[in-house]
Design a protein around this ligand. Structure first.
Ligand SMILES: NC(=O)c1ccc[n+]([C@@H]2O[C@H](COP(=O)([O-])OP(=O)(O)OC[C@H]3O[C@@H](n4cnc5c(N)ncnc54)[C@H](OP(=O)(O)O)[C@@H]3O)[C@@H](O)[C@H]2O)c1
Length: 294
């Protein structure tokens, strides 16, 4: 079994959970954040892998600013595509496995069913194109990369990152006392980061490769996600439904990008819990609301 793991992007929402779960399973882990290694620097990536004699490399680093990417597509491409090429080439040199994360946004959202791994991709903007290119680079240089596509990630790690997560954004808005408007015509599979980390490592330990979808257990509109958050938190702010016509964003997004986990379940992995259960788990692992506001 591969016991020496490197995690790039270790300070992100998913990164912290990968490090925690790998350590809990007895791996020797090198946790690398952006200040230690910027993955766009090929030389630094190469020396980190060689120095640690890595056997399995997780890349949870990403440029995730979907709207800003429309103004600076090169920046998104550097991190989400060209840096994945750096990682793939460095993994090839030391014969390590690469585990890379991608997104539901590789799809255009015109399907009427949760997307399967072999559904045709059709990204709608600069971020999405860069993430699909990252998948292609991993596949171009490695025989058996594992690519895990996920959706709407939220985890306790978001409490300490500048970017945060949707759940913390909703809590902040509720605290402001203003009406909260959330789109009801866009659907995704909000995914709890600790379970995404656990299922990904399960796939690695089952020697799986190729593309897998690991999304949350319930396809949901962002409005329903917000409603669930407030119900579980015991808050009742004024929550109003809006839609993409009223709420314009710089980047086009797929209207329906729920992911099917059927392939993951077929290889024996435990199904993901419902959205409500995942939100409950989040609140169980997060500091109590009154403590965080103090
Ligand atoms: N978050 C979502 O809703 C979502 C949805 C679908 C797919 N995904 C995918 O899931 C994966 C994990 O996302 P996440 O939610 O954990 O994102 P996150 O919280 O934004 O973490 C990403 C991490 O990558 C770091 N990073 C950015 N550029 C870097 C660089 N050049 N070199 C090294 N590190 C760099 C960031 O550091 P800084 O904070 O310093 O920039 C941050 O710590 C990504 O592949 C993402 O595309 C996420």
């Amino acid at each position: 079994m591969m016991r020496r793991a490197v995690v790039f992007g270790a300070a992100g929402q998913l990164g912290v959970e990968l490090v925690r779960e790998l350590k809990a399973r007895g791996y020797s882990v090198m946790s690398v954040d952006r200040a230690q290694v910027d993955i766009t620097n090929a030389g630094k990536v190469e020396s980190a892998l060689a120095e640690f004699d890595a056997q399995v490399v997780f890349n949870s680093a990403a440029y995730n600013q979907v709207d800003v990417a429309e103004q600076e597509p090169q920046a998104a491409f550097q991190v989400n595509a060209l840096a994945v090429r750096n990682l793939a080439l460095a993994c090839r040199q030391v014969d390590a496995r690469l585990i890379h994360f991608s997104t539901d946004y590789v799809f255009d959202g015109t399907a009427r069913h949760p997307y399967a791994e072999d559904d045709p991709t059709h990204p709608l903007g600069a971020y999405a194109v860069s993430k699909l290119a990252g998948e292609l680079y991993a596949q171009a240089y490695l025989e058996r990369p594992l690519i895990v596509r996920t959706s709407g990630v939220f985890g306790p790690g978001g409490l300490s990152t500048a970017r945060g997560n949707f759940l913390e954004l909703m809590l902040r808005l509720a605290g402001s006392g203003q009406p909260i408007r959330v789109v009801e015509d866009h659907f995704a599979s909000p995914t709890y980061a600790p379970l995404l980390a656990a299922r990904t490592i399960d796939l690695v330990e089952r020697e799986q490769s190729g593309v897998f979808h690991v999304g949350g257990g319930s396809p949901s509109s962002w409005f329903t996600f917000a409603k669930t958050i407030f119900e579980v938190a015991g808050l009742s702010p004024m929550l109003l439904a809006t839609n993409e016509r009223e709420y314009r964003t710089a980047a086009r997004r797929p209207k329906y990008s729920a992911l099917s986990n059927a392939k993951m379940e077929r290889v024996g992995l435990e199904p993901m819990p419902s959205l409500r259960r995942a939100v409950e788990l989040y609140f169980e692992s997060r500091p109590p609301l009154n403590a965080s506001r103090a």
